[in-house]
Design a protein around this ligand. Structure first.
Ligand SMILES: Nc1ncnc2c1ncn2[C@@H]1O[C@H](COP(=O)(O)OP(=O)(O)OP(=O)(O)O)[C@@H](O)[C@H]1O
Length: 285
């Protein structure tokens, strides 16, 4: 594995990320001068208003936004730097992208609902391994896939099922198994519990917590689900319109908020909202 910068798997220093102008759409700065470090084994929760840049950051750190094959328009680092496991992402040579992606598990937004429809659960989970080595030992592959399915608490009988046969929560667990199949050192998860019913949400949170203990990865977890964040995040960062509005433990951030968006989040919490998407209205894009 590449050496980490100052021992931190993720280092953002004064990072500015911009979507370049495209056709009639002008350039858009999605993140302004963001600085944040994530320590080995640390889980940082990321909250923010709609359009505040959370998914853009996730796409960059996972390497997805650096992939020239990506169909979406891609954000570009126009200021500062982001390092993941010692890889400096600004101007990262294309040949180093596979190594970065090997060590970084990425659970994209709505990953569960975007599983390839005509592949079995076993094929979906095995895919990241076979993409790297299509001659991977079949027996070792079967064992690895079964172990991953078991670690996300799905019965082995599900290996031959197809996504349409699974519930939303089960699909999300398959997506998580796929994101973790290469044993990453860093996990980037974008709303892993969104759209899942309450009981399963708790199970997914517990699972990420357990896997983190077992595999010891650092993670950036985008979520507005306070019970989930309380359970697994060591600190939270709050973004508002591309700027860092707060950073600290949940208690530190919500104790005496000075930023209006953070104050609105704290107000929603006081009113008993566990999932605090509701305050997005009136904030952000
Ligand atoms: N492909 C793109 N091209 C141009 N602009 C984009 C693109 N994707 C996102 N943006 C813009 O960048 C900003 C940040 O978007 P992003 O999806 O990162 O926000 P977010 O915090 O994840 O929002 P949400 O909570 O709604 O998912 C928004 O203003 C959005 O319109």
């Amino acid at each position: 594995m590449a050496p980490t910068e100052h021992g931190y798997p993720i280092v953002l220093s004064d990072l500015t990320l911009e979507y370049p102008a495209k056709g009639p759409s002008p350039a858009h700065v999605a993140l302004h001068g963001l600085s944040l470090t994530i320590a080995p084994g640390e889980v940082v929760g990321l909250l923010g208003s709609a359009g505040s840049g959370k998914s853009t950051l996730a796409r960059l750190l996972s390497g997805e936004a650096l992939d020239p094959r990506s169909s979406d328009s891609r954000p570009v680092i126009t200021g500062g730097e982001a390092s993941v496991l010692g890889h400096r992402l600004r101007g990262l040579p294309k040949r180093r992208l596979p190594e970065l992606r090997f060590h970084v598990g990425y659970l994209a937004q709505d990953a569960g609902s975007r599983l390839t429809a005509d592949r079995s659960v076993a094929e979906i989970i095995a895919e990241p391994i076979l993409e790297r080595d299509h001659r991977y030992n079949q027996r070792a592959l079967t064992t690895r896939v079964a172990t991953m399915l078991d670690s996300v608490r799905l019965p082995l009988g599900y290996l031959e099922k197809y996504p349409y046969e699974l519930s939303g929560g089960q699909r999300q667990r398959v997506a998580l198994a796929r994101a973790l199949v290469l044993g990453p050192s860093v996990l980037i998860a974008d709303e892993p519990t969104a759209g899942i019913d309450l009981t399963v949400r708790d199970a997914v949170a517990q699972l990420i917590g357990e896997l983190r203990e077992r595999q010891r990865f650092s993670a950036l977890l985008i979520s507005h689900d306070l019970p989930v964040l309380r359970r697994i995040a060591d600190r939270i960062a709050v973004l508002d319109q591309g700027n860092l509005a707060a950073l600290g433990t949940i208690e530190e951030v919500f104790h005496d908020p000075s930023h209006p968006y953070v104050a609105a989040l704290a107000g929603a919490l006081d009113n008993g909202h566990a999932i605090i998407d509701d305050v997005d209205e009136g904030f952000g894009a």
